[in-house]
Ligand binder design. Structure first.
Ligand code: EPZ
Length: 441
């Protein structure tokens, strides 16, 4: 294990305040709207690939080297969760080295799980490698109830016994046995958890109705590099042939398509000419299509995307859907774009039951939005006006930043620890593109 600076300390979890690791809990952003964005910015690795892939390092005692890991609060939380179990992790920039050869307690405590629901992703690997796990139920969050019944159903199909005791999932399995699993709905982390459990199971597992997200594919690539035998990742039917053990590997995390989309929407709203490098344009075709519909000029190469826009965007209507449909994680950002479009856009959220928290805050900036069931009807206005607003969840905060960039006058976005969970120093990178934005401690 290199003597690199320890990235994840192993203090008792109660001493850990993950939000503070990436800015202070009550940080705010001050944005002065107006003016185009111009220049080039690099895209970080995908948060929603890095999280399951970090959990996957529990599946072997060998060293796993991960490149292009984003520097985000959620990644720090996952690292601390693993370190709290005894895994040894170190980080240098976007390179993380993990070695889970001395795992003690196969447990994910409530203190950490309540700050990051993706902690549930350690359940599959712990069961697969150690035959037991005690993982706190994630509980709900701002965007919805977020149950994990499909994770539990699938693990039971693989032969695990799972009980819910005092808010914890207590699971055990002598050895998981391959099975055919059909999830009731498409679930990203559900597919990932079951895939990770199945790689060490006895025999073949088939996951039908599997999530097709690029982050699922990236996890499968990493697991196969570790010696797993997974076929069909990226389709709705994933087949896993269980093996005896996994070994170490080196894996580069794929670029974050949601971060890419967020910067492109900001440029489409502000006008200007922005080029994103280190991107994976083929993973956000539905988003690029909607940006073109909004009137932006979008060009893409193998690992870059360029967007040029000027004047008011045209309104776009969209329905969120599992990949390759329009991603729910881009819904709030596009709503901000529609707020200033020259017409009416209809945005329908089909994945989560409460993912319109940003509507109330956008209305404070002068947006004209009516909610009809799971559809927001957005009547574009020529101008938003700056105000104090509050972030409620990760992508809602990104939406408020985009709105603040085009609003007249000053906007203060409060509780941006939500933003820090999924974006690495967003304000610094927007400022480098010419935005007037700063973090207030
Ligand atoms: C993943 O969450 C992402 N998080 C989310 O990104 C993303 O919004 C979501 O997928 C949808 O794309 C990570 O990958 C870490 P789901 P996940 O299971 O896996 C219901 C962000 O902003 N469901 O695909 O939790 C669920 O309630 C985050 O980066 C069950 O009912 O989402 C939802 O309505 C936010 N039972 C739908 O399925 C289950 O057991 C899809 O959820 C599982 C899910």
């Amino acid at each position: 294990m290199p003597d690199a600076p320890r990235f994840f300390d192993t203090r008792p979890v109660r001493a850990i305040r993950t939000a503070a690791s990436h800015g202070q809990p009550m940080d705010r952003l001050r944005i002065t709207g107006g003016g185009p964005l111009a220049g080039e910015v690099g895209v970080a690795g995908a948060k929603n690939a890095a999280l399951p892939i970090l959990a996957a390092t529990l599946l072997t005692g060998d060293e796993v080297v991960l490149e292009n890991v984003p520097q985000l609060a959620d990644v720090t939380t996952m690292g601390r969760l693993l370190a709290g179990m005894g895994a040894r992790l170190s980080r240098e920039g976007s390179r993380v080295v993990a070695k889970a050869d001395a795992i003690g307690a196969a447990e994910a405590p409530y203190e950490l799980v309540k700050t990051m629901r993706a902690s549930i992703l350690v359940l599959g690997p712990l069961l697969a490698r150690f035959g037991q796990a005690r993982v706190s139920l994630p509980g709900g969050c701002a965007i919805g109830a977020r149950p994990v019944d499909q994770h539990i159903k699938g693990l039971r199909a693989l032969g695990a016994q799972l009980q819910i005791e005092h808010g914890y999932i207590v699971a055990e399995a002598s050895r998981l046995k391959g099975a055919r699993i059909v999830t009731d709905m498409v679930t990203v982390t559900g597919t990932e958890n079951l895939m990770m459990a199945a790689v060490l199971a006895d025999g073949e597992t088939v996951i039908e109705n599997a999530a097709r997200e690029p982050e699922v594919v990236d996890l499968a690539r990493c697991l196969n590099a570790m010696g797993a035998r997974i076929r069909g990742a990226g389709s709705d039917c994933v087949v896993i042939d269980g093996v005896e053990r996994l070994h170490g590997a080196t894996h580069r995390v794929l670029p974050d398509r949601i971060e890419t989309g967020t910067f492109l929407v900001a440029a489409a709203a502000c006008g200007g000419d922005v080029r994103l490098t280190g991107a994976a344009p083929e993973t956000l075709e539905a988003v690029l299509d909607k940006l073109r519909q909004a009137g932006a000029e979008v060009e893409a190469g193998a690992d870059w995307v360029r967007l040029r826009a000027r004047g008011r965007p045209r309104p776009v209507s969209l329905r969120t859907a599992p990949y390759p449909g329009f991603p729910t994680d881009m819904q709030a950002q596009f709503m901000a774009l529609d707020c200033i479009a020259d017409g009416v856009g209809r945005i329908t959220e089909t994945i989560f039951e409460n993912r319109f928290m940003h509507v109330l805050e956008l209305q404070r900036l002068g947006a004209q939005i009516d909610i009809e069931g799971s559809t927001a009807v957005v009547r574009g206005v020529p101008k938003l006006s700056g105000a104090s607003v509050m972030a409620t969840d990760l992508r809602a905060s990104a939406s408020l930043v985009v709105a603040g960039l085009v609003a007249e006058g000053e906007t203060i976005v409060d509780r941006i620890y939500h933003l820090d969970r999924g974006y690495d120093r967003m304000e610094a990178r927007l400022a480098a593109l010419g935005a007037r934005i700063e973090r207030l401690k």
